[in-house]
Design a protein. Structure first.
Length: 199
C-alpha cells in the first residue's frame, strides 16, 4: 500500500495551506520550501495554477498520482458536474469518512486506524483506506480502537459537528447521502483540477 512518507511541513508550505492540521506547530507557512523559498515565486501561468491546485487536492486527501488520476478519469466519465463528482469520490474514501466523523485527529491517523483493522463497515472489518463508502453503510470502530486514549478523547467531545451527509452516534457513523460541494470546507478549486486533466 503506497503512501507519502516524506516531510509534511514541506508539502503544506508548497501549497500555502495547512494540509495536515498542525496549526501553530507549522511555522513559515507563507514561505515556499527550499533554498530560494523566501525569495517568492514568479508570475504563475494558467497551467502552473492548475497543477498547484491538483497537487493541493491530492495531498489534502493523501492520494498518490496514479490513484488520483483514476479518480479524475472516473469523475470525467460521469454525466453531471465533473469537479463535484471528483470531490464526492474523495470525500467518500473510508479514511476521509473516519476523519470527518471525528474518530481520528487527522487523515493520516484515520488511514492508520483503517490499515490496522480497527474499522468495521456493516459489521465486517475493512482494512482498505481507499474503500469508497456507499450511502446507507454504517461505520463502527472496534472495541480495541475505542480504548485508544486519543480516540477515547475524541469520542468524548460533546459538541463535535459532523457534516450534513454523515450521522454519528457514539463510536458509530452512517452515510446519509452523497456529499455535495457545499459540504467540503477546504479551500480548493475543483474546476482547476478538471481543466488540468482535460488538457
Amino acid at each position: 500500500m503506497a503512501k507519502y512518507n516524506g516531510p509534511k511541513d514541506r508539502l503544506s508550505r508548497r501549497e500555502g495551506y495547512d494540509i495536515f492540521g498542525k496549526g501553530a506547530k507549522l511555522t513559515r507557512l507563507n514561505v515556499l520550501p527550499g533554498m530560494h523559498g523566501a525569495q517568492g515565486s514568479r508570475t504563475k501561468s494558467e497551467y502552473s495554477k492548475q497543477l498547484r491546485e491538483k497537487q493541493k487536492v491530492k495531498r489534502i486527501y493523501g492520494v498518490l498520482e496514479r490513484q488520483f488520476k483514476n479518480y479524475a478519469d472516473s469523475a470525467m466519465s460521469y454525466k453531471g458536474n465533473t469537479g463535484e463528482r471528483l470531490l464526492s469520490i474523495l470525500e467518500r474514501r473510508l479514511d476521509n469518512v473516519i476523519y470527518r466523523l471525528g474518530f481520528a485527529p487527522s487523515r493520516p491517523a484515520a488511514r492508520q486506524l483503517v490499515s490496522h483493522r480497527h474499522v468495521l463497515i456493516d459489521g465486517k472489518k475493512v482494512n482498505i483506506p481507499s474503500y469508497i463508502v456507499k450511502k446507507g453503510e454504517t461505520i463502527t470502530l472496534s472495541a480495541i480502537a475505542v480504548e485508544i486514549p486519543v480516540i477515547k478523547k475524541l469520542l468524548g467531545v460533546k459538541d463535535f459537528k459532523t457534516p450534513s451527509w454523515l450521522q454519528r452516534k457514539a463510536a458509530a457513523g452512517k452515510i446519509l447521502k452523497d456529499p455535495v460541494r457545499d459540504d467540503i470546507i477546504e479551500p480548493v478549486s475543483e474546476q482547476d483540477v478538471v481543466e488540468y486533466y482535460s488538457r
